[in-house]
Design a protein. Structure first.
Ligand code: ZN
Length: 310
C-alpha cells in the first residue's frame, strides 16, 4: 500500500513523455568486448522459457542514461573522482555534512532529475506489459524504471525523487524541496559557480556555509532523501516482500549489477537455495557468476533489446 502511494505521489509530477539516450552519455559506460553470440543465444532461450521472470537491476542499467556509477573500471566515480557515497551515520549526526550534501544536491538536481530511461528500461517495461516479468527489483534510486512506466517494481534502496523526514516520517517530493531551497537561497547558485558537465558539483567550504537547509515543515525534523545511504539497512518488510515475489518466480535475470552490495546479492542466494535458474547481463564479473547458468558480458542497452521475450 505504501509503495503504491509512493508511486502515485511520484507519477503526479513525473512527465513520462519521450525517451532517448542523451548525447555524450557513453563516457560513463565501461568498455566492453563484442557480445558472444552463443551466450546471447543462451540468454534468448533462458528468457523465452521463463514464465514469471524476476529481474534485478543495478547501476549498469543507468550509465547508458548518463548517470555515472561508483564501481565501473575507469569511468565510475571511484575511479574518476574522490567522491564517496554519503554514509548514513554521518548524515544523521553531522549538520555540516547535511548542509554540504544538500548544497551539492541542490545544484545537481536540475540535471539529475532530467535523466531519461534508455532502451533497456523501455524493453523491460514492455516485457512486463507482455506478462513476461513477474517482478522487478532495482538497486537504483534514479526513478528511471518508474519514468519508463514499470509497475511491478520495488525500489530496494528508495528513490532520490522523494524526501523523508527523520522526525515524523512524512514523505514529500524532492521537486518541492527544490522550490523551497530556491526561496531560502536566492542567487546562491550563481555565487557557487557552474555545475561540471557530468553533474558532479564541487563546493568550497565558505560556499556551503551560506547554504540554508529547511527543516520538515510539519515537525521541524531533519530532511533526508528517501534513499538508503551506505551503512544503513533496507527495511525488513521490503526485503520480505521481494523474497515473496522471488519465491513466486521461475527465473532470475540480473541486469547491470556487479552485485557487490549484499542487499541485492542476498536475492541471488535465495534464488540458489530455491534452485531458481539465474542469468546475468553485465559488463565485467559479478559476485554471483558462479550461480548463473547464463552469463552475457555486454551493455544492457545492447543485449536486452536484442532478446525476444517469447
Ligand atoms: Zn517531520
Amino acid at each position: 500500500m505504501l509503495l503504491l502511494w509512493r508511486r502515485s505521489l511520484f507519477l503526479k509530477t513525473c512527465a513520462a513523455s519521450s525517451y532517448s539516450m542523451p548525447a555524450g552519455v557513453v563516457s560513463f559506460v565501461p568498455a566492453s568486448a563484442s557480445i558472444d553470440s552463443s551466450a546471447l543465444e543462451g540468454l534468448q532461450a533462458f528468457v523465452a522459457r521463463a514464465k514469471r521472470l524476476f529481474v534485478i537491476t543495478g547501476a549498469g542499467l543507468s550509465t547508458e542514461s548518463g548517470i555515472p556509477d561508483y564501481r565501473s573500471e575507469g569511468v565510475g566515480l571511484y575511479a574518476r573522482t574522490n567522491r564517496r557515497p554519503m554514509q548514513h551515520t554521518e548524515f544523521v549526526r553531522n549538520a555540516r555534512s547535511r548542509q554540504r550534501y544538500w548544497a551539492r544536491n541542490y545544484l545537481g538536481w536540475p540535471q539529475f532529475s532530467m535523466h531519461k530511461p534508455n532502451s533497456a528500461h523501455l524493453v523491460l517495461r514492455d516485457w512486463e506489459e507482455q506478462g513476461k516479468i513477474h517482478w522487478l527489483v532495482t538497486q537504483n534510486v534514479d526513478a528511471l524504471h518508474t519514468k519508463a512506466g514499470q509497475q511491478r517494481l520495488t525500489e530496494l534502496h528508495g528513490c532520490s525523487h522523494r524526501v523523508v523526514c527523520l522526525g515524523c516520517g512524512a514523505l514529500t517530493l524532492r521537486a518541492e524541496l527544490q522550490k523551497h531551497f530556491a526561496k531560502l537561497n536566492p542567487g546562491w547558485e550563481v555565487q557557487a559557480g557552474a555545475v561540471a558537465p557530468d553533474g558532479d558539483v564541487f563546493l568550497e567550504d565558505d560556499q556551503v556555509l551560506h547554504f540554508r537547509v529547511p527543516p520538515c515543515q510539519a515537525c521541524g525534523g531533519i530532511l533526508k532523501p528517501e534513499v538508503t545511504f551506505f551503512g544503513d539497512t533496507v527495511q525488513r518488510g521490503i526485503v520480505q516482500l521481494v523474497l515473496d515475489r522471488l519465491a513466486e518466480s521461475d527465473a532470475v535475470l540480473v541486469a547491470g549489477s556487479s552485485l557487490q552490495v549484499y542487499s541485492g546479492y542476498r536475492f541471488l542466494l535465495a534464488a540458489s537455495e530455491r534452485r531458481i535458474p539465474v542469468a546475468i547481463v553485465n559488463i565485467g564479473p559479478t559476485r554471483a557468476d558462479h550461480l548463473a547458468e547464463v552469463r552475457v558480458s555486454g551493455r544492457c542497452g545492447e543485449v536486452i533489446p536484442a532478446i525476444q521475450p517469447c
